[in-house]
Design a protein around this ligand. Structure first.
Ligand code: GRG
Length: 329
């Protein structure tokens, strides 16, 4: 819960997230206990719950009193986290990942076919909950699932490409990551019945935060230690996913040396050489500056929102994001 545990600005968040937790477990009960166990696997494994946290905080923007949020908001958070979970089940199949949230991945335990179907089951439950929250929420979540797929497909299309552009990178992370964070906030605003203008500002906040979030994640893959990541650094390089720090390093003095190593499958030795090369440039610093620009945009949206404990909590979350990248490595 590292990203949210410091959100003392919103004292009710912890209790609300505990309610989300039991609602999540209830939401994935299937007729067959076998499917229930698989669908619960990553829920009980943990996760930061950033998205439901943002749904809850967004719904409370402008409220001076800190009371627990209504059930509709909590269920909105549950629907968003279920989509996130479904995408992780599918992502781990695509990456042949062995671990997720510090436990063996669903595909590693039950195989690819079961992992895909269980991921579909989570999306189905998310859709059912979204439908109970109204047509607008249902349509929004459906559109967001489409955006996740579009972002991911774009990333696949440029796998191992040394000519991947920064624009293509941005478009991909907008779809695969920022869209769901933005929707988490929008659903908080919608289920909290906030004013349209505020809902739009929260949506923009979530998008900008999500862009910074993914850039920081991509920086960590280059600079963090295996201990900090729970997996070896440079995993994206192994998968041929060339993220912003890599694209910036390709433009630097060592660009030609890096190009020699990349563009194909990598041995662990070649990955380590590539990491050393990238770290020797100012690419990480430049990528961090880009994350800072998005974080500033996120905070600018919050500045025009009514001040409240929830607004302060979203501010704190944005600042904490940048500290994460600063303290790694
Ligand atoms: C079926 C919805 C669906 C999508 C299919 C596979 C796919 C298309 C999209 C993958 C999207 C993806 C995994 C994006 C990465 C998002 C991301 C930054 C994940 C890590 O999020 P955290 O750090 O993880 O919030 P925890 O475990 O804390 O929840």
């Amino acid at each position: 819960m590292a990203l949210l545990s410091h959100l003392s600005a919103l004292p009710t968040l912890e209790d609300d997230l505990a309610l989300v937790e039991s609602k999540l477990e209830n939401a994935v009960i299937a007729k067959d206990p076998y499917l229930t166990e698989i669908a619960k696997h990553l829920i009980t494994a943990g996760g930061k719950r950033v998205r439901p946290g943002f749904t809850i905080a967004s719904s409370a923007v402008g409220q001076s009193n800190t009371v627990s949020v209504p059930d509709e908001v909590l269920m909105g958070g549950v629907a968003v986290e279920l989509v996130h979970l479904g995408s992780l089940y599918h992502d781990d199949v695509m990456d042949e990942a062995e671990m997720r949230r510090n436990v063996p991945s669903v595909n590693a335990v039950w195989g690819n076919h079961t992992a895909i179907l269980a991921g579909d089951f989570l999306l189905a439950r998310a859709s059912e909950i979204a439908a109970s929250l109204g047509t607008e929420v249902a349509a929004l979540l459906a559109r967001t699932i489409g955006e996740l797929c579009e972002g991911q497909i774009l990333e696949l299309q440029s796998a191992y490409s040394l000519t991947r552009s920064e624009d293509s990178y941005e478009l991909s992370i907008a779809g695969k990551t920022a869209s769901l964070l933005s929707t988490a906030c929008r659903i908080g605003g919608l289920t909290g019945e906030l004013e349209r203008e505020v809902i739009d500002q929260l949506t923009n906040f979530g998008h900008a935060y999500g862009m910074a979030f993914q850039i920081v994640d991509d920086i960590l893959d280059i600079i963090a230690t295996e201990d900090q990541l729970g997996k070896p650094a440079g995993n994206d390089l192994i998968e041929g996913v060339y993220t912003l720090p890599v694209l910036l390093a390709l433009k630097s003095d060592i660009g030609d040396q890096l190009r020699e190593l990349l563009g194909k499958e990598l041995s662990t030795d070649a990955r380590d050489q590539a990491l050393t090369l990238i770290r020797s440039t100012d690419a990480v610093e430049k990528a961090y500056a880009r994350a800072q620009v998005w974080a500033q945009k996120a905070k600018a949206e919050l500045e025009s929102l009514p001040s409240s404990p929830a607004t302060n909590a979203l501010f704190a979350a944005t600042n904490h994001l940048l500290e994460r990248a600063n303290s790694a490595g």
